[in-house]
Design a protein around this ligand. Structure first.
Ligand SMILES: [Fe+2]
Length: 194
């Protein structure tokens, strides 16, 4: 047995073919490697295709209560790219339904036209810190994270606040007072400095 060497691509079937193609080309800044009325293969890096979209008319709508993939996630290169992407997409009316600091990533979640959920993230710790955090009691108590407001973070970052400060895993002082998440934040800061 051997583990795979990479995650290659994801394929969606849809009845909103043109809408889905526009959305995925836009959010990934991808271009078609092959396109027909039946299937399109999208590429944005050195892989021949990262996303393919297949046109099936008259599919039943996705049911969020059925078993399946919760979301897929993409890592961007930098905080500038994450925030820049957020603003670029917002300018086209594509906005996240959830923005969160997971402790080891800062993330924004979107839904495509069919409701498939996509996370865009950056790592905000190194691998050792992420590993320690994910083994901690704090992570066991809250494996999801702390909601954040990207528009607020962008203003702070652009006004000169540091990467570490903008991505710090802690709630605003008012919200944190007496909350169990404040304990989580304290533990997270502790694990990062061990
Ligand atoms: Fe995720």
């Amino acid at each position: 047995m051997a583990s795979p060497i990479k995650f290659a691509h994801v394929v969606f079937r849809t009845s909103r073919y043109d809408e889905m193609l526009r959305w995925w080309c836009t959010v990934l800044e991808a271009t078609p490697r092959h396109a027909s009325d039946f299937i399109t293969f999208l590429s944005y890096d050195d892989e021949h295709h990262r996303v393919a979209i297949v046109n099936f008319p008259d599919l039943a709508p996705a049911n969020p209560r059925s078993a399946g993939v919760e979301h897929i996630a993409y890592t961007l290169a930098s905080l500038d790219d994450l925030f820049g992407n957020h603003q670029r997409l917002a300018g086209m009316g594509i906005t996240p339904y959830w923005t969160i600091n997971h402790g080891m990533t800062l993330s924004a979640y979107y839904r495509d036209p069919d409701g498939n959920q996509v996370e865009f993230q950056i790592d905000i710790t190194d691998l050792d810190q992420a590993d320690a955090f994910m083994r901690s009691d704090a992570f066991a108590a809250n494996p999801i994270g702390i909601d954040v407001d990207f528009d607020d973070l962008i203003v702070r970052y652009r006004s000169g606040e540091s990467f570490d400060s903008v991505t710090a895993y802690q709630e605003a002082p008012v919200a944190a007072a007496g909350s169990e998440r404040a304990d989580v934040a304290d533990a997270r800061v502790g694990s990062a400095t061990e």
